[in-house]
Design a protein. Structure first.
Length: 99
């Protein structure tokens, strides 16, 4: 569910606060372990980059989660961050039958 009263949490917060810091793992160590440039992890941690499907797979295997976990975090954040300010009324069908 997308938060309505606040902006959703970026995956960077979860990666840093729930995984890297408690595990005592550096960004460099994680990047080396999963075979990607440290800049990619650093950009995620700084919120400059989102979690791509490829990164989601790598994080899930290294951190014993699922790729869906990371993609759902990213998707929820993206939807929350880009919610339109204008409310659109639902489109109503006219129920006209054409033959």
């Amino acid at each position: 569910m997308i938060p309505t009263n606040r902006k959703a949490t970026h995956p960077r917060v979860i990666l840093l606060k729930e995984f890297l810091e408690p595990m005592g793992v550096t960004q460099k160590a994680l990047a080396t372990h999963i075979g990607i440039p440290v800049q990619r992890i650093n950009e995620v941690v700084r919120g400059k980059r989102g979690v791509s499907p490829n990164t989601a797979w790598l994080l899930s295997e290294a951190l014993s989660t699922t790729p869906e976990f990371w993609l759902n975090l990213q998707n929820t954040f993206d939807l929350s961050a880009h919610k339109p300010e204008v409310h659109i009324e639902p489109l109503i069908a006219t129920n006209k039958v054409r033959l």
